[in-house]
Design a protein around this ligand. Sequence first.
Ligand SMILES: *[C@@H]1O[C@H](CO)[C@@H](O)[C@H](O)[C@H]1NC(C)=O
Ligand SMILES: *[C@@H]1O[C@H](CO)[C@@H](O)[C@H](O)[C@H]1NC(C)=O
Ligand SMILES: *[C@@H]1O[C@H](CO)[C@@H](O)[C@H](O)[C@H]1NC(C)=O
Ligand SMILES: *[C@@H]1O[C@H](CO)[C@@H](O)[C@H](O)[C@H]1NC(C)=O
Ligand SMILES: *[C@@H]1O[C@H](CO)[C@@H](O)[C@H](O)[C@H]1NC(C)=O
Ligand SMILES: *[C@@H]1O[C@H](CO)[C@@H](O)[C@H](O)[C@H]1NC(C)=O
Ligand SMILES: *[C@@H]1O[C@H](CO)[C@@H](O)[C@H](O)[C@H]1NC(C)=O
Ligand SMILES: *[C@@H]1O[C@H](CO)[C@@H](O)[C@H](O)[C@H]1NC(C)=O
Ligand SMILES: *[C@@H]1O[C@H](CO)[C@@H](O)[C@H](O)[C@H]1NC(C)=O
Length: 656
Amino acid sequence: MLHYLVFFVFLLFSPCFALDFLFNSFNSTDLLLLNDTRIESSVVRLTNDSNEFSVGRAFYPVRLPMRATNTSTTISSFSTSFVFSILPQITSSPGFGLAFVLSNSTTPKDALSGQYFGLFSNATTPSVAPLLAVEFDTGQNPEFNDLDGNHVGIDLNNIESAVTHTAGYYNSTGGFVDLDMRNGQNVHAWIEFDGTQFEINVTIAPIGVSRPSKPLLTYKNAAIANYVSADMYVGFSASKVTWVEAQRVLAWSLSDTGIARNINTTNLPIFLPESSSSSSLSAGVIAGISIASVVFVVICLSGLYWFWQKKKRIEEEEDEIEDWELEYWPHRFPYEDLREATKGFSDNELLGSGGFGRVYKGTLANGTEVAVKCVNHDSKQGLREFMAEISSMGRLQHKNLVQMRGWCRKGNELMLVYDYMPNGSLNRWIFDKPKQVMGWEGRRRVLADVAEGLNYLHHGWDQVVLHRDIKSSNVLLDSEMRGRLGDFGLAKLYQHGQAAKTTRVVGTLGYLAPELANVVAPTAASDVYSFGVMVLEVVCGRKPIETWSEDDPLLIDWVRELYAEGKLHEAGDSRIAGEYKVEDMERMLKIGLACCHPEPQHRPTVKEVVAMLLGEEASAVPGSLLSELTRGVDDGGSGEASAPAPPPPPPPSPPA
Ligand SMILES: *[C@@H]1O[C@H](CO)[C@@H](O)[C@H](O)[C@H]1NC(C)=O
Ligand SMILES: *[C@@H]1O[C@H](CO)[C@@H](O)[C@H](O)[C@H]1NC(C)=O
Ligand SMILES: *[C@@H]1O[C@H](CO)[C@@H](O)[C@H](O)[C@H]1NC(C)=O
Ligand SMILES: *[C@@H]1O[C@H](CO)[C@@H](O)[C@H](O)[C@H]1NC(C)=O
Ligand SMILES: *[C@@H]1O[C@H](CO)[C@@H](O)[C@H](O)[C@H]1NC(C)=O
Ligand SMILES: *[C@@H]1O[C@H](CO)[C@@H](O)[C@H](O)[C@H]1NC(C)=O
Ligand SMILES: *[C@@H]1O[C@H](CO)[C@@H](O)[C@H](O)[C@H]1NC(C)=O
Ligand SMILES: *[C@@H]1O[C@H](CO)[C@@H](O)[C@H](O)[C@H]1NC(C)=O
Ligand SMILES: *[C@@H]1O[C@H](CO)[C@@H](O)[C@H](O)[C@H]1NC(C)=O
C-alpha cells in the first residue's frame, strides 16, 4: 500500500524530476510490464511464444516530462541508448520486430498484434496518442510502404513511418554497412531527441562496433511537437502472431539532462539460434566458451583454409548429395546454375518473400525464365519426406498449376525451381492499391482456373494431393492472365519442420477451416474451405482478416451476415460495380459460402465446385446442393432462406 502511495506521490511530482537511469540488467520491479511481457534471466522478453496473438509492453514507471505545461511550446530533450535482440524460431517466417515508444498512455484500447507492434490499430490516430515511436521492423508490410524486411523507421502517430532506412550503420569512412536485426545478435541503438531543434536521430550498430558518428536516421521537423504531450511514458512494445519471434531488451539507459550513460555491453547474454536454449548459462561460462571457441575457430580456419579451397568444388557437387536424394527425380539443378541464374541471389532479383522463404527471379543459361523459391529448413527428416512428395509433384502437370521444374538442396536450404509467372500473384491485382484492379470477368475466370487446378490435385491423380495453403497470394497469373495454383505441398514441409517442437496448425490465418483448430489432419474439405474464403475475398475485394485483431469480424462472418439479412448484393467489390450482373456476383458468393460451410461434410467437393463455376452442368446442379449453399448461413433454419431460384444460365465456359 505504502508502495503505491509513494509511487503516486512520485507521479504527481514527476514533471519536477529529471530522469537519468541505467539498467545493465532488469528485475521484475524495474519496469511496468504489461500484457505478455516478462523478465527472463534479467532480460525483458516482450512477447509470449505460447500465445497465438501476443502483445507486450514494458515502460519505465515514471513519466518523462516533455513540456513544462500542457500548452508550453518548448519541448525538452532526451538521450537514450539500449541493446535489443530479435530472434525468430524459423528464419523464413514473417517478421514483427519491436518499437521504442514514447506515448501518452501505456494501454492502447484497440492495439493490434502482428505487424502493428501492439501499438497501432487501423484507426487514424492511435489511442495512446500522442505517440512517437522508433520501429525496428523485421517484417515487410507493403500496406505500410515498408521498404524491406529489415528496417528502422520513425513513426509519428502512424505506422507508416515519417522516415525509414534499411537497418545498418555508417562506418568511420562513411561507408554503409548492413546490419541484420533478425538473427538474434545484440544490436545497440542510440536515440537522441533534441526538443529545441525538433530533431531526432537514430543510430544502430552491432555490439563490438563503437558508436557510429553519423546517425542512420535523422528527422527534423517542427511538427514533432505535435506528437509530444506534457509528460509521456517511455519504453518498448512488440507483438507477434502465430510464428515465434523472441524480442528482447537486454539493457537500457536514458537521460533527459545530458547524454544517456554508457551501457557496459561486455557481460550481456547472447541469444543466437543454437545457444538460445542455453541462455540460462552464467555470463562467465558464456564468455569462457566464446573465448575458447574463437581460439578454436582461428586455429581451425587457418589450418583448413587451403583444404577448403581445394575441396570446395567437390563438396558442392558431390559430398552434399545424400543417398536418398538420388532416389528422387532427376531434375536436380546444380547450385552453381541457380546462383548464376539469380545473379548470386541478388536482392535486385527478389520477387518476394513470404511465409516459406524468399523467391528470386532467375534466367537459366538457355534463356528460360524461372522463379527460384528458397525454403529454409532445419529438419532433415522432414526434408526427406518432402522430397518424396515433390518427386511425385514433378509429375503433376496441369495448365492451372505452376509447373515445378526441379530442385536443389544446399545444406538446410531447399531451392525449388518453378516456371516464372510474369503477372505475379492474384492478391496484387486486388489489394493494396493495384495499378490496375482486376475486372469481374478476369476474377471469375481466375477462380474457375484455380478450381480446375485444385480439382486436378484432388481427383486427377491416383492419390489425393492436398494443397493445404490455398490463398490469393498463392495463385499466380501467367502471361495470359490465367490463374495457376502454386506452392502445393509446401505447407506440409513447414509442418514437418515444426513437428519436433510444436503441433501448430499450418496454413494461413483467415483461410484455415474451423475444424483444423481441433482436428488432426487437413483434408480435401479443408482445402475447399480455403478456396471458399478466397472466392469471397476475390468477389468482395476484402482480405479474409483485415487486421490482426481477435475480435475483428472475419470476412466470412461479414458475408454470412449480409446473406442472412438478404443484402448479399452489398458485398461485391465496389471498385468493379457495374461490371457484373448482380445475380452472377451473388451466385459466386453463394458458392464461396457453401465451400465455407462450418461442417466439412456439407461442403461441396471441388469437382462440384468446378461444375458450378464453369456452369457446364448448371441446370443439373441438384437442388439439394443449392440448399446446402446456405446451410452455414441460417444454421439449420428452415428451407425458406435456403431455396434460391436456380442460377441463371451460365456464361459460356472459357476455352480449355
Ligand atoms: C531490482 O533492482 C533494483 C535496482 O535496479 C533494486 O533496488 C531492487 O532491490 C531489485 N529488486 C529485486 C526484487 O531484486
Ligand atoms: C493488455 O492488457 C490489458 C489489461 O490487462 C487488457 O485490457 C488488454 O486487452 C490487453 N491487450 C491485448 C492486446 O491483449
Ligand atoms: C505464456 O502464456 C501462457 C498461456 O497464455 C502461460 O501459461 C505462460 O505462463 C506464459 N508464459 C510466460 C513466460 O508468461
Ligand atoms: C496536462 O493536462 C492534464 C489534463 O488535461 C493534467 O492532468 C496534467 O496535469 C497537465 N500536465 C501539465 C504538466 O500541466
Ligand atoms: C495525455 O494523457 C492525459 C491523461 O493521462 C490526458 O489528460 C491528456 O489529455 C492526454 N494528452 C493528449 C494530448 O491527449
Ligand atoms: C477498424 O476496424 C474495425 C473492426 O474491423 C472497424 O469497425 C472500423 O471501422 C475500422 N476503422 C477504420 C478507420 O478503418
Ligand atoms: C566502410 O564500409 C565500406 C563499404 O560499405 C567498406 O568498403 C569500407 O572498407 C569500410 N571502412 C572501414 C574503415 O571499415
Ligand atoms: C543528428 O545528426 C546530425 C547529423 O549527424 C547532427 O548534425 C545533429 O547534431 C544530430 N542531432 C542530435 C540531436 O544529436
Ligand atoms: C564492464 O563490465 C566488466 C565486467 O563486469 C568489467 O570488467 C569492465 O571493466 C566493465 N567495463 C567498463 C567500461 O566499465
